[in-house]
Design a binder for this molecule. Sequence first.
Ligand code: DC
Length: 226
Amino acid sequence: MTAIAIDGPAGAGKSTIAKQLAKDLGYIYVDTGALYRAVGYYMDKQGVDLGAEDQVVPRLGELTAELKYIDGEQRVLVNGEDVTQKIRTPKMSMAASKVSALPAVRDFLFELQRKIARENDVIMDGRDIGTVVLPDAQVKIYLTASPQERARRRHAELLQKGEKASFEEVLADIVERDYNDSHRAVAPLRQAQDAILVDTTHLDLEKSVERIHQLIKERQSHVDRL
Ligand code: DC
């Protein structure tokens, strides 16, 4: 099985780019952030304090999180309920970031991610895919862009969905999540030693996909020659 790991901060373009690449290569696109969002969603619904380990951890046993693929599209199920759309709000972004700092939550989701990669050719995106979940991935990309550019993209996405948010709010959320995600004790966001850095601040979607496609080809022909 082949695995391509794409890590990086919120709004760098991971999911849009990975989706396109998965289509082109015939791989499954696995959005691991959706799993943390699913846990955040469930815990928020139960009214627990999302940063409190002693409140979240005992409740993990009540929860099954699943990813299903319907016509190549990932659906996220929490105890059988399809929450794919519901987890795409700024509130759920922050909820996911909070619960993702808890080691027990990371352990809870680890095997599920590994299993999908054992059984399928995958492009998996997240924060710790190249460093922790799939350290042997054949290709690792660390995708980033300036916070202002990432906030600009997220803001445009939200407006397109008809949601109200100011650019300043979106930027503040991005900066806070960057901080949380890269400063937690377990599996923080960081570039794996063998990951290739791609900065998309000045690249549009098409150029970003082209660039990464090229990197994958180069890397795979290098691996084939070994
Ligand atoms: O990729 P995303 O924005 O949907 O992720 C939501 C949150 O989940 C993110 O702020 C941190 C966490 N996350 C993580 O800790 N590890 C991953 N592999 C993916 C996401």
